[in-house]
Design a protein around this ligand. Structure first.
Ligand code: GAR
Length: 208
């Protein structure tokens, strides 16, 4: 299959990029029929940018501006421009730690996906694995969902439970959640770019 007909994915991340790595491995093994056309980070020197560069994928740092929890208008426009220039048809958030606002959502309607390290709607926001430990739940997990205006509130596409063990620390729990993320995210993206998921309001229906 020629590269030119594969759907293009733009990735946004703030961290080490292990989910991005899992997506790349799934593409390289021929399982995920897509190509990553650009990787963008709001964190200068983030591991995800190094990983992209090591795979010859265009990697860009975009200075986020003065807000802590979101991009400022200029940063948002730069991201939209980069994604558009690189032909991104899907925007995949892989450990991106800022909320996206109106202009971004309007530029890619129903085309932005996120992975969150809990079983939403439990524990939205930051450090969800720590929230799960603090609360004392026996199961948490990870969720892949569409991105809307809220914080981790978009339509849920898939979830994978992960048990919380008696001797778990927040870090050990996060490590096990991540192992589930690396399987779940590429699988959901495969279904999504292949048109096997239909979204109606809050519900996502999978064609097997
Ligand atoms: C992942 O666990 C992801 O679910 C989480 O950040 C981590 C990024 O790891 N995202 C959020 O908490 C978003 N609110 P990675 O950089 O190794 O993929």
């Amino acid at each position: 299959m020629g590269d030119e007909i594969l759907p293009k994915i733009g990735i946004l991340g703030s961290g080490k990029g292990s989910n991005f790595g899992a997506i790349l491995r799934s593409i390289q093994s021929g399982d995920l029929p897509a190509q990553v056309s650009v990787v963008i980070s709001d964190v200068e020197g983030a591991g995800i940018l190094d990983l992209a560069a090591a795979h010859n994928i265009p990697a860009h740092f975009v200075a986020p501006g003065k807000f802590r929890a979101r991009l400022d208008e200029e940063a948002e426009s730069s991201c939209i421009r980069l994604l558009t220039e690189h032909g991104a048809q899907w925007v995949v958030l892989a450990g991106f730690m800022r909320v996206l606002k109106g202009a971004f959502l309007e530029a890619f309607p129903e085309r932005i996906v996120n992975i969150h390290p809990s079983l939403l709607p439990s524990f939205p926001g930051l450090r969800a694995w720590e929230q799960a430990c603090d609360y004392g739940v026996k199961y948490t997990g990870c969720t892949v969902h569409m991105v809307d205006r809220g914080i981790d509130t978009g339509t849920i596409l898939a979830q994978e439970p992960v048990p919380v063990l008696d001797n778990d620390t927040p870090d050990s729990l996060h490590q096990r959640i991540q192992q589930s993320e690396w399987i779940l995210y590429p699988a959901v993206l495969k279904a999504l770019v292949s048109g096997r998921i239909t979204i109606r309001g809050r519900n996502a229906f999978w064609k097997r």
